[in-house]
Every structure is written in structure tokens, then in C-alpha cells.
Design a protein around this ligand. Structure first.
Ligand SMILES: [Zn+2]
Ligand SMILES: [Zn+2]
Length: 135
């Protein structure tokens, strides 16, 4: 075990006050969280009911159909499993609903590729170091 205290944001969904669910912990002790709580995650794939008063931030289409990423989405979405909740600014500690957009897997992969910094390091490395700086 380690003593790293890491900010754990609240669930991104409207009306939900639960803390987000943890996906994994890196070898350096940094936790990786889902954008939503465990209850909402389950509900999103039909594994349970949405809590009363909770509205998901995730939409049922890719928001890049408006070309916001610099190209226009042409993916045909037939199931919600093709869609991701994306942190717009890449900061996984910022779970404000305004920091989310819904992207299909294709567009999300392109966004991640475009956001790699000039060293070629992945975005996840960046948000982990940003969290480390905050604590
Ligand atoms: Zn929730
Ligand atoms: Zn898309």
C-alpha cells in the first residue's frame, strides 16, 4: 500500500453525487477513474436502473458529427458501446459536465492520437503528472 492521496472527483452525470468508480491503479500508485460512479456505469449498459433524478451526460450519438475535432464523424452508431464519455480538456480530475463530450471509438482514438505531445507520450501520462502536481 501507499500513502498517495489523489483527488477523486464526483460522478459526471447530472444529479448524481456519488464518487467515481476506480478502474485501476498504476504501479506508481496513481488511480485511474471512470468518469462516472459504479452505479451509473452499470445502468449505462443495462446492468441496473438509473438512480432517481440522474441524467447521463453521455449522448446517444458522436458529437463530432459537427466536425469539432477538425474532421467530421461518419461512424454509424448502432449501439452505445461504440460511444465514449470524453474529457474535453483531457483532465480526468475535472468531472464538470461541461468538460464532457460524447465521441465514438473512432473519433476518440483520433483525438487521443492528435493530443499526444511532441515527445510522443500518451495523454494518460500527462493527466497523471497533472494530478501529481496538484497533490
Ligand atoms: Zn453516478
Ligand atoms: Zn465519431
Amino acid at each position: 500500500m501507499n500513502n498517495i492521496t489523489q483527488f477523486r472527483p464526483g460522478c459526471a452525470n447530472y444529479g448524481c453525487v456519488k464518487p467515481v468508480a476506480r478502474i485501476a491503479t498504476s504501479t506508481t500508485g496513481i488511480h485511474k477513474y471512470r468518469p462516472v460512479c459504479g452505479h451509473c456505469h452499470k445502468a449505462s449498459y443495462g446492468g441496473g436502473k438509473w438512480a432517481v433524478g440522474v441524467t447521463p451526460v453521455k449522448k446517444d450519438f458522436c458529437e463530432n458529427i459537427d466536425g469539432r475535432l477538425g474532421f467530421t464523424c461518419t461512424t454509424t452508431v448502432i449501439n452505445g458501446c461504440q460511444l465514449d464519455n470524453d474529457h474535453i480538456n483531457g483532465d480526468h480530475a475535472n468531472n464538470d459536465s461541461s468538460n464532457f463530450q460524447t465521441l465514438c471509438k473512432c473519433c476518440h482514438a483520433m483525438k487521443s492520437k492528435m493530443e499526444k505531445d511532441c515527445n510522443g507520450t500518451k495523454k494518460t501520462a500527462n493527466w497523471q503528472s497533472r494530478i501529481a502536481q496538484k497533490t
